[in-house]
Ligand binder design. Sequence first.
Ligand SMILES: NC(=O)c1ccc[n+]([C@@H]2O[C@H](COP(=O)([O-])OP(=O)(O)OC[C@H]3O[C@@H](n4cnc5c(N)ncnc54)[C@H](OP(=O)(O)O)[C@@H]3O)[C@@H](O)[C@H]2O)c1
Length: 263
Amino acid sequence: MDLLLKDKVALITGASRGLGAASAAALAAEGTNLVLSARDGDALDSQVKRLTANFGIRAIAVPADLTQNGVSDSVVKSSLDAFGRIDILINSAGASQGGLFWEIPDQVWQDSMELKVMGTIRMMRAVIPHMLENKGGRIVNIVGNTGLQPSPRLLPGSAANAALLAVTRGLAEELAPQNVIINALNPGPTRTERWTTLMAKLAESSGRSVADVESDYTAQIPMDRLGEPEEIGRLAAFLASERAANMTGGCLTADGGWTKGIG
Ligand SMILES: NC(=O)c1ccc[n+]([C@@H]2O[C@H](COP(=O)([O-])OP(=O)(O)OC[C@H]3O[C@@H](n4cnc5c(N)ncnc54)[C@H](OP(=O)(O)O)[C@@H]3O)[C@@H](O)[C@H]2O)c1
């Protein structure tokens, strides 16, 4: 299926690795031009080199720390300076930590909210006026299935995800008449650096092996495996495309069948 994404412009946060990088690769394969943002400029530069060489697209790197107020506006300005438009925003920056609830300090909760929730809110607030002027746009928030089904050792991320699902749903209603479409993508456990680091920390704090801790999660997944970043990247590209034109305020869950709720 042609996703009709050729020559569109997508701005992706968290694009230096993991699900953001996988979304970038999936969009590049469709011929979409890219603005890649994250803090690690070297990692972004190598993504830019690889994707422009492999897919003949145009791409730029815009290094930025999204926990800093005002930075999202300059990321959007750099994107507009380079391409003159932003058709798609994919929010994938996030790094929530987990642990035993009564051992998690304030800072972990605050960091989770500051990057994932406020980072996403600031990016959307910076991009939406431009999308309204352009008479349309697509936003995909990479959130997480723990927003629907909180996981006891992953509560800072679960709370951030629940907040983002609420914002995604409410904002979609506000913007649907202007053809600005917003959806959430809810991955379950997916093998990225974030997941590996999370498992290593949980293993260390509980005195168990990483494989043992990870099996607590895979045992609950009917497919009995972690997701792969490319699987999520392809779904992000689909949600960003005209092929998902009648879907807004929704969430697409891709977690190997873990989440049991209907909705
Ligand atoms: N992997 C999973 O199992 C899973 C499941 C459900 C939901 N999710 C969600 O999906 C999103 C992406 O996760 P991932 O697994 O791809 O994580 P990841 O591999 O750790 O990638 C996180 C991305 O966020 C960027 N980032 C971190 N801090 C930043 C900051 N202060 N400013 C700007 N960018 C920053 C990182 O780049 P730099 O370090 O270069 O800044 C990186 O590109 C997260 O919100 C995560 O909660 C992941």
